[in-house]
Write a protein that binds this ligand. Structure first.
Ligand code: SF4
Length: 343
């Protein structure tokens, strides 16, 4: 069984490369969100919720210590704003050490070191002290070699990418032309994400991917489906097949992404586009999701079980012996209750 270690996570984009490196080393991280240094509140929520979504997508166990700390933080550092980062690191790493001890995890580390703009020696020193205090081990991991790779992947996922380190002082520094210090996470040189387009496509331009989809979904009537693709430089990277089993209902008969592009959010982008563009003509979209794919579809908002017999005409049979549960997503909000009553 893999050893589990606690990973303090400052934000989802910074966590991408760190989680990958820990998993490649044979250990499994348990994430901890504890960042009372992030201000103002809307920014705090954005970063927190981006991490919650990402953790669910990659099956990362996440501990949420949900504490917004503008007042406490500013009161603590206002007399020594220039040296505030030491307090900020200690605040978070002490909580990480305490949580690791409380959860019976031997060791902890932090995503803070992925950023080349952070003070690594100070982080290591404070991490060691926190570990000694709670009787656990601090792993002085320098993740900075994963920085660019992680940021590029975060962009490809469509993650929210913050423009400053976290505290209100770093937000101020971002806009100061004569700032006495550099904002720590501002304007790194991120590679441009690949440009993509989403459109209806013909069978001809996606035949290998369509064959792969047909193998995965035998009997799904793909020959009658409309095909939509997410394309990068004219290459179909992700493919969705849509049927119309009854008026105003769409069925997602298949969804597939090329193996080398999986885990980068392209299927999610394609689905979101389809939800938006089909909302005028259709009320709902259904999907027959085998067990392994179910968490993905639930994260995209599919939630209600429907009986399949009503929707599918005779002759339309799924793989014998493989029961599929159908889930539904409403494509536009129901009319307000007040309007219904006036009818
Ligand atoms: S600049 Fe970043 S590390 Fe320093 S105190 Fe602000 S949020 Fe913390």
């Amino acid at each position: 069984m893999k050893e589990r270690i606690l990973l303090h996570i400052c934000c989802a984009p910074c966590s991408v490369g760190c989680i990958r490196q820990i998993r490649e080393s044979g250990m499994e991280p348990v994430g901890l969100w504890y960042n009372p240094n992030i201000h103002p509140y809307q920014e705090y929520l954005l970063r927190r919720d981006t991490l919650i979504e990402y953790a669910a997508a990659i099956d990362l166990e996440l501990i949420l210590r949900d504490e917004y700390g503008l007042r406490k933080f500013t009161e603590a550092v206002c007399g020594n704003v220039e040296n505030r980062c030491g307090y900020c690191y200690a605040l978070r790493l002490e909580e990480a050490a305490r949580t690791a001890a409380a959860r019976g995890l031997r060791a902890f580390t932090t995503t803070l070191t992925v950023s080349p703009y952070q003070n690594h020696p100070l982080i290591f020193e404070i991490g060691e002290k926190a570990a000694a205090k709670y009787g656990v081990t601090f792993l002085p991991w320098d993740f900075s070699s994963r920085y660019r790779e992680g940021q590029a992947e975060a962009r490809a996922w469509g993650m929210y990418l913050q423009k400053y380190c976290g505290c209100i002082y770093s937000e101020e520094a971002r806009f100061q032309t004569t700032a006495p210090e550099k904002p720590l996470l501002c304007k790194p040189e991120w590679p441009e994400p690949p440009r993509f387009e989403i459109r209806k496509i013909s069978e001809k331009i996606c035949s290998p991917l369509l064959s792969e989809l047909a193998d995965a979904r035998p009997g799904a009537a793909l020959n009658r489906a409309d095909l939509y693709g997410l394309l990068i430089s004219d290459e179909v990277v992700s493919l969705a097949a849509l049927l119309c089993p009854e008026p105003r209902t769409l069925e997602l008969a298949g969804l597939i992404t090329k193996a080398e592009y999986r885990g980068m959010g392209y299927a999610r982008k394609l689905l979101r586009h389809l939800f938006g563009s089909c909302g005028q003509k259709y009320d709902q979209i259904i999907v027959g999701a085998p067990g392994a794919a179910l968490p993905f579809f639930i994260r995209q908002g599919f939630d209600r079980y429907e009986k399949t017999e009503i929707l599918f005409p005779p002759g339309r049979e799924e793989t014998p012996g493989t029961p599929l549960l159908y889930y539904t997503k409403t494509l536009h909000p129901a009319p307000p209750a007040a309007k219904k009553q006036r009818k």
